[in-house]
Ligand binder design. Sequence first.
Ligand code: NAD
Ligand code: SER
Length: 326
Amino acid sequence: MSKTISKILVTGALGQIGSELTTELRRRYGDSNVVASDLKPGPEGELGQAGPFEQVSVTDAEGLTAVCIRHNIDTIVHLAAILSATGEKDPLAAWHVNMTGLINALEIARDLELAQVLCPSSIAVFGAGCPRDNTPQETVLKPSTIYGVTKVAGELLCDYYVGRYGVDARGLRYPGIVSAETLPGGGTTDYAVEIYYSAVENGEYTCFVSEDTRLPMMYMPDCIKGTIDLMEADPDRLIHHGDFNMGSMSFSAGELAASIREHIPGFRTTYRPDYRQAIADSWPSSIDDTAARDEWDWRPEYDLQAMTGDMLAKLRTRHEAGLLYR
Ligand code: NAD
Ligand code: SER
């Protein structure tokens, strides 16, 4: 029997996903029932004003525990992390934030008997030896980045806390997330967001992966919907816990540029692969998410055309108001 989710702490709430997920959670659970937190100071915008905010590092076990007790938290949505490209610049920092942060969240859940901890994983768990097309749920996990190593360890840790302590820990392997609200924070898939901003701002983009680089991606509305669907899924249906493959769409950098060109015919792209190319090459090109579909009815809604239309409409409106990078 699962416990009720009523008071949520979102770590990493000022990041690409947290800034939008927090707003949607507040809409559903009530502004005062969703506490945003981050290492960075509280924002002055909508997110900061709409509900409580706590500045705390997820590596600070005492500080994080105090926040949970002060707000009577029963669920942690643990988004604070160092992503793949930034992680390669300082692997020890990535290990510290991603692993110490997660174990702190799980220990708090065990100690305070929380209802749930949700922690995203990533397509970065995959690497050499796994099939690149339609990558299955169960396969070889040999990532080449420190970020991927922390995500594999994180999935195992979540499953361990489920089995050993009965903590309700859940997680999904997000593909690259594309969004118009908050810029991404140092991942390999960031080009799939930057390209829209540059198209609207300059009509050109220099891409840091090659034209034929094909990766699984997802538009933010599907990411938010899927994340909350998993949080609210009936635990009795879940066979997996911390490691659901989550698919949506899959396209090459060239196909992405072509979809933008349908709206901005003169849009020009140059391809100058850097160190992130090797990371992208180590990841799947598409994902088999049968387990998510079977166990909690996952169904994405957006394809590339729908996403491009929506991204460009949003960014153009902001650009015209002088608020593209607000
Ligand atoms: P992001 O980099 O945009 O945001 C991370 C947030 O965590 C930032 O606001 C940062 O200030 C905060 N943070 C960093 N160190 C912290 C610390 N010590 N204590 C507290 N906060 C700290 O990341 P995101 O894209 O929003 O990702 C959220 C989660 O989703 C992460 O676990 C990430 O691995 C996962 N994920 C994201 C993507 C994607 O494409 N965005 C894909 C796969 C998985
Ligand atoms: N978007 C993420 C990254 O590129 C995938 O986890 O790091």
